[in-house]
Design a binder for this molecule. Structure first.
Ligand code: G6P
Length: 608
């Protein structure tokens, strides 16, 4: 979604801001802009499309400004065009503001301001905020921002500068993340740590309802009501190198191939193979409540929702605890029935997905214990849940989620085993699963070795515009995830569903040459899947199967088979998803698609 970068210090702000925007590109955007304080004037430059378009429009000799703010915009109010791109100015052109989030009462505020004689230059809710700050300005930017925010309903992360106060940058947040990088006589404020790590690893996380005033001499934080707040400076967990490509052509490829490592990081310190135990420090305080829970609700969006579906199977099968998975966007609005024994588990890579966060708040309001399975440390969901487990899989840059998904499933498997032991899972059964889980990272590495062969197979199918993905049991969510991966980055239409559901409609689509991917490792429902394969073959569909290594039966039925090592059924999703990620990746590359930034998609959806 939208990105914010702001700089105050002694260095040239412009290159730092442009570089920062580039680091935020992965979040998805449609236009960008920058405001620099040049000789007591604010100079704004905006451009539609890539950051490079913006950079090209900046004066060749460069700017000497050492105070500025910049933004990547993803249109919510008003079409993506230069006029609507941030930063926005007040009427006098003396105040500039960038904003993430949505001002819900912008129409009322706009009417009020228009009655005061203010004319608007854009269609955005953000300009209303910039104008409102201008309207409130009486020579003190901090006070003006505070007064303006008092009248605002909605969500925001903002950075504001004034031509009349060249020594300060004001930032505030409510519902949209903001982080302040602390340097030597300089500060970088950003919506995402990726824009900061190049300069400093020391950061202050602004909390909801807080403001910061940054000067070259220091940082002051308060609540929106001016009550001083003391904040700790914390160290960011990842390095710049980690977020660079590391020799791969795309971030998605890098992230697919680093799964042996990212999974090892997720499991590290949490599997006690010798004792046959799972150690999840983050849940220690709530272990008893969890063990006594009557019902688990997983809530998430997108790929994380598919991880939740796997979690549902894991919790019911391994922990013998009733579980269900809900789209957070539905859960939050349907006045869900939550009783004493309900525990909600929010799954989110970014920890900032607006609907997932709202679902957490709804569940907490109704008294449920809310847990988070989140990747981004210090993110809003991580902080608002009662407890949780971090994925520790490192920053995920590619818009299509891959390594976060496998780490989410790994965390849910660990939770299910741990919980299972407190309920009905025998020590022997737990040990078998823990042993098998410990071997998963290496086995993912083995599956990845089939990448070239997967590419050659995809090459023969890539012109087909409709695909089906089918699986049963633990592999039904993987069929859904395989279809989502393919459609989001290669723009091929794909559907994923339980294999049996095919007969209730989708089978009508199957014609000569239609690719149908079966996720069919050996397991309880294997024979039934073979039956479904026959049904597809007899209608001319081209069958591609993901199957257990050594399964010769399926090689007679499927045109192409990709193999996974034999593992206990509850852990199969960690391996069966890998060939599907590779299929989607190769299809997108072969179709010349923008793999890391697919059209119309954003990495982090911070508006509902
Ligand atoms: C967006 C991303 C998906 C992601 C979903 C949920 O749609 O493109 O990859 O699965 O949001 O995001 P989260 O950060 O909550 O996991």
């Amino acid at each position: 979604m939208c990105g914010i970068v702001g700089y105050i210090g002694h260095k040239k702000a412009c290159p730092i801001l442009i570089e920062g925007l580039k680091r935020l590109e992965y979040r998805g955007y449609d236009s960008a802009g920058i405001a620099l304080l040049e000789h007591s004037r604010i100079e704004v430059t905006r451009a539609v499309g890539r950051i490079s378009n913006l950079a090209d429009k900046l004066p060749e000799k460069g700017s000497t400004a050492n105070l500025g703010i910049a933004h990547t915009r993803w249109a919510t109010h008003g079409t993506p065009c230069e006029r609507n791109a941030h930063p926005h100015l007040d009427q006098a052109g003396r105040i500039a503001l960038v904003h993430n989030g949505i001002i819900e009462n912008y129409r009322t505020l706009k009417t009020f301001l228009e009655r005061q004689g203010i004319t608007f230059a854009s269609d955005t809710d953000t300009e209303v905020l910039a104008q409102l700050v201008g309207h409130c300005y009486r020579g003190n930017l901090e006070q003006a921002v505070r007064d303006a925010l008092h009248d605002v309903q909605g969500t925001y992360g903002i950075a504001v500068i004034s031509a009349d106060e060249p020594d300060r940058l004001v930032a505030a947040r409510k519902g949209s993340p903001l982080i302040i990088g602390v340097g030597d006589g300089e500060y970088i404020v950003a919506s995402d740590a990726a824009a900061i790590v190049e300069h400093t690893t020391q950061v202050v996380y602004l909390a909801d309802g807080e403001m910061a005033v940054l000067t070259r001499d220091g940082l002051r934080t308060t609540t929106l009501d001016a009550v001083p707040v003391t904040k700790d400076v914390q160290a960011i967990e990842f390095s710049l190198e980690e977020i660079e490509l590391g020799g791969h052509e795309h971030f998605m490829a890098k992230e697919i191939f680093e799964q042996p490592l990212s999974l090892a990081n997720t499991l590290r310190g949490r599997l006690d193979v010798r004792e046959g135990q799972i150690v999840l420090g983050g849940l220690a305080e709530h272990a008893r409540t969890l063990a006594r829970a009557k019902r688990i609700i997983f809530t998430a969006q997108g790929t994380a929702w598919h991880a939740g579906l796997v979690g549902e199977y894991l919790f019911e099968d391994v922990a013998k605890l009733p579980a269900e998975t809900e789209y957070a966007s539905e859960f939050r609005y349907r006045n869900p029935l939550i009783d004493d024994g309900t525990v909600i588990i929010a799954i989110s890579q970014s920890g900032e997905t607006a609907d997932t966060l709202a679902a957490v708040r709804e569940a907490k309001l109704k008294g449920a214990l809310a847990l988070g399975v989140v990747n981004v440390v210090g993110s809003t969901i991580a902080r608002e849940t009662d407890a949780g487990i971090y994925l520790h899989c490192g920053p995920e840059i590619g818009v299509a989620s891959t390594k976060a998904f496998s780490s989410q499933v790994a965390v849910l498997a660990m939770m299910a085993i741990q919980l299972g032991r407190r309920r009905f899972l025998s020590q022997e059964a737990a040990e078998r699963l823990i042993d098998a889980l410990a071997r998963i990272p290496d086995q993912v590495g083995e599956v990845l070795q089939q990448s070239d062969r997967i590419r050659s197979v995809v090459e023969t199918l890539v012109e087909r515009e409709n695909w089906l993905f089918l699986g049963r049991g633990y592999n039904y969510p993987i069929a859904m995830e395989g279809a989502l991966k393919l459609k989001e980055i290669s723009y091929i239409h794909a559907e994923g569903m339980p294999a049996a559901e095919m007969k209730h409609g989708p089978i009508a689509l199957i014609n000569q040459g239609m690719p149908v991917v079966f996720i069919a490792p050996r397991g309880q429902q294997y024979d039934k899947v073979l039956g479904n394969i026959e049904e597809v073959r007899s209608r001319g569909g081209r069958v591609i199967a993901v199957a257990t290594r050594g399964d010769n039966e399926i090689t007679h039925l499927a045109e192409h088979v990709f193999h996974i090592p034999d593992v206990p059924e509850p852990l199969q999703p960690l391996l069966t998803v890998i060939p599907l990620q590779l299929m989607a990746y190769h299809a997108a590359v072969l179709r010349n698609c923008n793999v890391d930034k697919p059209r119309n998609l954003a990495k982090s959806v911070t508006v509902e």
